[in-house]
Design a protein around this ligand. Sequence first.
Ligand SMILES: [Zn+2]
Length: 100
Amino acid sequence: MTLADRLPIEIYSRPVYRKCECCGRVQDIYFHMVVRDAASGKLLIGSFDLCASCGKELALITDQAIDREEAPTPAPKMTQTIRTFDVGGAAQNGGDTTNL
Ligand SMILES: [Zn+2]
C-alpha cells in the first residue's frame, strides 16, 4: 500500500476560506488530505485541510497526481448583481429616464 493510498488528497469542488492546517495561513483551502491507519490503510485517523501550495507539495511528497492540473477556480466573489426591472414604458425609450 502506497503513501497515496494512506494519505489520499481530495479536491474541494469549491474552495473554502479557512486556516490551512499545514502552513497555518488563512486563505482559500483547495485540498483535503485524509489520514488512514498504518495497519490496514482503511480506517480513518483524521484529515487536514490544505491550501493550494501545501496541497500541491503534499501531493508531490506522497507521489500522487491531483486530478486537476491547475488549482480549481477561485470562489465566486461576494458581489451581487442588482437586477433592475423596467416598469412601464421606460424600456421603449431604451431605459432613458431623463425625459419622463
Ligand atoms: Zn498551507
